[in-house]
Design a binder for this molecule. Structure first.
Ligand SMILES: O=P(O)(O)OP(=O)(O)OP(=O)(O)OC[C@H]1O[C@@H](n2cnc3c(O)ncnc32)[C@H](O)[C@@H]1O
Ligand SMILES: [Mg+2]
Length: 196
């Protein structure tokens, strides 16, 4: 593998699809994206996640991936935080969705007038097992609403981004991919990689 190849490590096929779509250019082929001098390829691995802040979780994931693959890696951790809960569940949103479901998330806020939520995406880039992890974060604000639209990607159907009357799940993918937390984080990562 060339030294300019970065492996995006995720166990989530929907994340991967969005990353490829957002980074796609005429030079991308077969799931490999070109950003500046770098080629971004991918590997499906479910990395252990420690408890902590989103930054700590992402740094740990990146270090674990760089150790396993012994080379440049990119990982991503996605949070959904409720304003009424001081931004929890945050990095633990996956376990909340798994254990209480989407209607459970909506019910958590039933006592609160403030339905505000932040979708936060943090990419961690690490050049190798002994390198520092660089973070690139994107945030999209929105509200938690009753589920509308397909439920095949995480909490997409209960998150209505500010300024829109559709949930992420109801939007066409192109629209989501120009306003999403993931798009905003990748924009920063792209700036960094193209300046290298
Ligand atoms: O292997 P990794 O990359 O960690 O993939 P994951 O599915 O474990 O992902 P996270 O640890 O980042 O957990 C984030 C949770 O939020 C969900 N999620 C991530 N991005 C999302 C998005 O854009 N819209 C809706 N749900 C999303 C995802 O399905 C998880 O349940
Ligand atoms: Mg995960």
């Amino acid at each position: 593998m060339s030294e300019n190849t970065i492996t995006f490590v995720t166990g989530n096929a929907n994340k991967l699809k969005e990353v490829i779509a957002i980074l796609s250019t005429s030079e991308s082929q077969n799931g490999t994206s070109k950003v500046g001098k770098y080629s971004i390829t991918n590997k499906s691995l479910d990395l252990d996640e420690v408890q902590g802040t989103i930054e700590e979780v992402t740094i740990n994931k990146a270090k674990a991936a760089a150790k396993i693959l012994d080379g440049p890696v990119l990982v991503e951790d996605t949070c959904l935080g409720f304003e009424a809960f001081n931004n929890l569940p945050g990095p633990y949103i996956k376990w909340f969705v798994k254990s209480i479901g989407l209607s459970g998330l909506v019910d958590m806020l039933y006592k609160f007038e403030n339905k505000g939520a932040n979708a936060i995406c943090t990419f961690g880039y690490c050049e190798g097992p002994d390198a520092e992890v660089k973070l690139f974060q994107g945030i999209t604000k929105g509200n938690i609403v009753d589920s509308r639209g397909p439920t095949d990607f995480g909490w997409d159907s209960v998150f209505e981004p500010e300024g829109f009357d559709q949930t992420y799940a109801e939007m066409d993918k192109k629209t989501k991919n120009t306003i999403s937390h993931r798009f905003r984080a990748l924009d920063k990562l792209r700036d960094f990689l193209t300046s290298q």
